[in-house]
Design a protein around this ligand. Structure first.
Ligand SMILES: [Zn+2]
Ligand SMILES: [Zn+2]
Length: 375
């Protein structure tokens, strides 16, 4: 492998290693030698379907966007890092001049250049060029794998701290105990939650959540014959209230509901169990359209919100929470792959488990020529 080996998606289920030129940097940019990259659902989705919503892969694209590495070159105007620094990379370069950028909601920038979102190349390569302000120096006690995990952790920080404005001693329920759901639980706990209830249809995932950051878990019942989704959700919410002692008001009420599953029945159940005046945040992507109990949402004055990627301050808070030992990212890294085995990382993530039966939470791919055990 020579200059800049890159893992490129050419078409659906068609990937290849290409040797790309090493990018030239501008004065406000840095060149990062990518060392660790986490694989997430969106990467797998592009490989399997070639598109997510309106983002369609029309020309070859380097995959990967959850990365950390070592700064190899800095532009003249960059002051926050120097060559040799270990950094987490925030993979969305925004325009800085649009209305959304200027009002501090840069995640909504229509001109964002986001890694591995068509047509822009991702980070599964040796050298990645990035604006200097989007790399964050890692504290000495965090590994480069931790650094790669800052991307999904920032998604969770955005949900809990930024969009929901969660405060200490509040309660929350998280639907979906995948990587983002688990990280939302971890952030809620780190911010002082009094209760963190994990909901998932897989008992194994609940067991993991309980050991990780949840104070309680809940396994929903199965569907009954002839029951509509909304009827199921009503029954599910009732059972959840009884089993967990959840009320509409007072200390046993749920201040924050997070859906990290995208499942219609979770969304419905979430609205049914949220407290009066509570907050509901959607972060899971699933069915593009769902039916919700809108009148209940109205009479309970629920703050119903969406959460997309991350915005100002989210990466910094994610690094601080992990650096201070309030969130441990290591238990979430279940699988490691060499750069030359990148396709195996995708297949394992897609299957949800490796051939030995071990469930995947997060698979990490090492950079070109980086040993698996070099963190
Ligand atoms: Zn991701
Ligand atoms: Zn913008």
């Amino acid at each position: 492998m020579s200059d800049n080996p890159s893992f490129v998606l050419r078409a659906v289920e068609d990937v290849i290693y290409e040797d790309r030129p090493i990018p030239e940097i501008f004065d406000d940019e840095v060149l990062v030698e990518v060392k660790k990259t986490g694989i997430c659902g969106s990467d797998v989705h592009y490989l399997a379907h070639g598109r997510i919503a309106d983002f369609v892969v029309e020309k070859p694209m380097v995959l990967g966007h959850e990365s950390a590495g070592i700064v190899s070159k800095v532009g003249k105007k960059v002051k926050n890092v120097k060559a040799g620094d270990r950094v987490a990379m925030e993979p969305g370069a925004t325009c800085r001049i649009c209305e959304d950028c200027k009002r501090g909601k840069y995640e909504l920038c229509p001109d964002i250049i986001f890694a591995a979102t068509p047509p822009y190349d991702g980070t599964l390569c040796r050298y990645y060029r990035i604006p200097g302000d989007l790399v964050y120096k890692l504290p000495d006690n965090l590994t480069l794998e931790d650094g790669a995990m800052m991307e999904p952790l920032s998604v969770a920080v955005h949900v809990v701290a930024n969009i929901a404005g969660f405060r200490s001693n509040q309660t929350c329920v998280v639907f979906g105990a995948g990587p983002v759901g688990l990280l939302c639980m971890a952030v809620a706990k780190a911010l002082g939650a009094s209760r963190v209830i994990a909901v998932d249809i897989v008992q194994q995932r609940l067991d993991f959540a309980k050991n990780y950051a949840a104070t309680e878990t809940y396994l929903p019942p199965s569907f009954q014959q002839g029951e509509s989704r909304m009827e199921y959700s009503q029954r599910n919410a009732k059972q959840m209230r009884e089993q967990l002692g959840i009320e509409d008001r007072g200390p046993n009420a749920i201040d924050l509901v997070i859906d990290a599953s995208g499942a219609e029945v979770s969304i419905q159940t979430g609205i049914l169990i949220a407290r009066t005046g509570g907050t509901y945040v959607q972060v899971g992507m699933g069915a593009p359209e769902v039916t919700i109990p809108i009148t209940l949402l109205l009479v309970k004055e629920i703050n119903f919100k969406g959460s997309f990627r991350y915005g100002p301050g989210d990466y910094a808070l994610a690094i601080a929470l992990a650096g201070q030992g309030k969130i441990d990212l290591k238990p979430l890294i279940t699988h490691r792959f060499a750069f030359t085995d990148a396709i195996a990382a995708f297949n394992t993530t897609k299957a949800g488990k490796s051939p030995d039966g071990k469930g995947v939470i997060k698979a990490i791919i090492s950079g070109p020529d980086v040993p698996l055990n070099e963190y």
